[in-house]
Design a protein around this ligand. Structure first.
Ligand SMILES: *[C@@H]1O[C@H](CO)[C@@H](O)[C@H](O)[C@H]1NC(C)=O
Length: 334
């Protein structure tokens, strides 16, 4: 893989007229698994369904499982319909994300959807996060509840990544928008990434900061994926062809803007369902990272939800358990 790094010096893009109905995978091509993806880990725990397009991955006492896109992408629209495991899923993590951590060990980029399992009767929560150029010391997590039970049916989760903006969608509702600011510098993901889907044991942190661990009595935990969309600019270090994305012309034509109707939905979602935002975490950040725009009403709502984290009370300070991998927020509330 290290060889790829040198080849990126001559990043050459095959590309892509990106025609996107904001956040909708509408008519975007759905590749068969074999066309677009490779099995990443978890030998017998990945199963391709008969249609060749849907797949499930599972976690049992031996292993989790995952798959990865065959290509690397610089920008695009990435989407999957996912049905999460039901009932007792504490400690289980399903992740749908982009990363180049295998190529850039010290300065990788990442864009995450992470689904955090829960004890029976409590809902799954989802977390989004970004890292850019190895910015793992600054976690930019947000966590939300959902307006449906994600284990009951398939729902669409999408990531739109352009040069200046990242949008996370759930069922075509934008739930988070990250605009590149100058002050963010390299913290905004900007190198080609692969798309990953994984299921793994996150016992140490996923549910109530590790209080509830994976219980293998209920295994296997099965996550189903369908309608997998990879619609971006592939970066092919071997073929070295074409440059349409290079001049950004095609990106200018992407309707990346969120319509006013969608914006209203996004604001409604965030008011109702956001349970954690790094921008308001006074324990982690004395001053919020530069891109944060603090809304006093939001601050007050979150303070009501968790006075320790969002109120900056030091009562529990020092007792908090820190995960070894980066400063990723603990998933504390259940
Ligand atoms: C990314 O990280 C590398 C290595 O740490 C550094 O040389 C480079 O300037 C950084 N790029 C940006 C855009 O910050």
């Amino acid at each position: 893989m290290a060889k790829l790094v040198n080849l990126f010096v001559h990043v050459l893009l095959t590309c892509c007229v990106l025609v996107l109905a904001s956040g909708s995978s509408g008519n975007l091509p759905i590749l068969s698994f074999d066309e677009g993806y490779s099995h990443l880990f978890g030998e017998n725990n990945l199963m391709i369904h008969r249609d060749g397009k849907s797949v499930h991955i599972s976690l049992d006492e031996r292993t989790g499982a995952g798959f990865v896109s065959q290509d690397l992408y610089l920008h695009g629209f990435f989407s999957a319909s996912i049905k999460l495991p039901a009932d007792y899923t504490a400690g289980v993590v399903v992740a749908f994300y982009m990363s180049n951590g295998d190529i850039y060990e010290k300065n990788h980029d990442e864009l995450d959807f992470e689904f955090l399992g829960n004890i029976r009767g409590k809902d799954w929560r989802i977390q989004t996060n970004i890292y850019g150029n190895g910015s793992t010391s600054v976690g930019r997590e947000e966590r939300y509840g959902l307006w449906f039970d994600p284990s009951e049916d398939f729902h669409q989760y999408s990531i739109l990544w352009t040069e200046n903006q990242i949008t996370f969608y759930v069922d075509n509702v934008p739930i988070r928008e990250i605009k590149r600011t100058k002050a963010m510098g390299g913290d905004f993901p900007s190198k080609p990434m692969s798309l990953y889907s994984t299921i793994w044991d996150g016992s140490d942190w996923a549910t109530n900061g590790g209080k509830y661990r994976v219980n293998y009595k209920y295994a296997p935990y099965v996550a189903e994926f369908s309608e997998l969309v990879l619609h971006g600019c592939t970066v092919d270090p071997i073929e070295q062809s074409s440059t349409k994305c290079d001049n950004a012309q095609s990106f200018k034509s992407i309707p990346t803007g969120i319509t006013s109707e969608q914006r209203t939905k996004m604001e409604g979602f965030r008011k109702k369902h956001m349970q954690y935002s790094y921008c308001y975490d006074k324990i982690r950040y004395k001053a919020p990272p530069s891109e944060c725009v603090i809304d006093p009403q939001e601050a007050e709502r979150l303070r009501g939800f968790d006075p320790v984290t969002f109120g900056g009370s030091r009562r529990r300070h020092g007792k908090r358990h820190h995960r070894s991998r980066s400063s990723r927020a603990e998933a504390t509330s259940i």
